[in-house]
Design a protein around this ligand. Structure first.
Ligand code: SF4
Length: 312
């Protein structure tokens, strides 16, 4: 799965009313209670945008939060077909940097330089369906005079040991696994943890998976994995039929987020998971990158582009 900065442009189209939209004062009350419990338990971050984390922010998220990160879609092709997937359909084997299609990996550094970007998330689809392309892009970025930080987002299906070692040698800073795409199977995380200092899991919070998520939090903590990033499950034009068919109910009038359509229960489940992590982990840091966080990131990125002198 790719970083949510990619979602921001597409989620705007998800505002059309959907069956099941309804105000839910009780839910708003539950959220306020959970936020107060998190405050008392010492959560870090910004309550207004619901950008919350239990211990520390992943290094790759800092530039992104400052509006200086971007998504680099390596390919739209994937090994999976998740019901919550927000990628364009039909899937296309194209490479897109900061929203700009490229025909050769060597074109990526100029775009990163032109927009003053400091971190790049390589994503898809499943980027490791095109390992040579990933490595060529990574080497081109790391050869820049001021190389950006580079994270790779993968579902883990093609993350064999040899590929992981090649990525590390080519300078990849961190690898993030979407385990919701593979039934929370930790096997690729376990192997990557031997090779990379920084390994993360990044998932949408599917409320019905609460028990699996709690088990995963405990296992990640026991393994010494440093980061778990969670997002709300949300609707956009590409996934809403399947997300609604799955029984999820989209927020409407009680959503504070104008550009986003998180599902009704996912935000509650995300806050509950943060509370669980605060109470039960020793080193794992859980970061809730909410729909509100994405709006902040998008507005900071736009503001930066407006004030950035051309050519700087
Ligand atoms: S792993 Fe699932 S969510 Fe990620 S790109 Fe593939 S189908 Fe979409």
């Amino acid at each position: 799965m790719d970083p949510l900065s990619w979602h921001a442009r597409k989620a705007v189209r998800a505002r059309t009313p959907l069956p099941g939209d309804a105000p839910a004062p009780e839910r708003a009350n539950t959220i306020e209670i959970l936020l107060e419990r998190l405050r008392q338990a010492g959560i870090n971050g910004d309550f207004e945008s619901r950008t919350l984390y239990t211990r520390r922010l992943p290094p790759g998220c800092r530039s992104c939060l400052a509006g200086r990160g971007t998504n680099l879609l390596v390919t739209g092709l994937c090994t999976r077909d998740c019901f919550f997937c927000f990628n364009h359909k039909p899937r296309v084997d194209e490479t897109v940097v900061h929203g700009i299609p490229i025909s050769d990996p060597s074109e990526a550094p100029e775009i990163v330089e032109r927009f003053g970007l400091r971190s790049v998330g390589l994503s898809g689809g499943e980027p490791l369906l095109r390992p040579e392309r990933v490595l060529a892009i990574l080497r081109a970025l790391k050869a820049m005079p001021r190389p950006p930080r580079v994270d790779l987002y993968t579902n883990g299906d093609r993350a064999d040991d040899l590929t992981l070692l090649e990525l590390r040698r080519a300078g990849l800073d961190a690898i993030r696994f979407d385990l919701a795409a593979r039934g929370y199977d930790l096997e690729p995380v376990r192997r990557a943890h031997w090779i990379f200092e920084e390994v993360a899991v990044e998932i949408p919070v599917i409320p019905e998976h609460k028990k699996q998520l709690e088990r995963m939090v405990l296992e990640l903590d026991a393994m010494g994995v440093p980061f778990l990033n969670i997002h709300e499950l949300f609707l956009c034009a590409e996934n809403r039929d399947r997300v609604v068919s799955d029984g999820q109910v989209p927020l409407k009038v009680d959503s504070p987020h104008l550009l986003w359509r998180p599902t009704a229960e996912s935000g509650v489940a995300a806050l509950e998971l943060l509370l669980f992590a605060l109470a039960h982990t020793r080193s794992l840091s859980v970061y809730y990158c909410s729909c509100g966080t994405q709006e902040v990131i998008a507005s900071r990125g736009l503001a930066r582009q407006r004030t950035r002198p051309s050519g700087s």
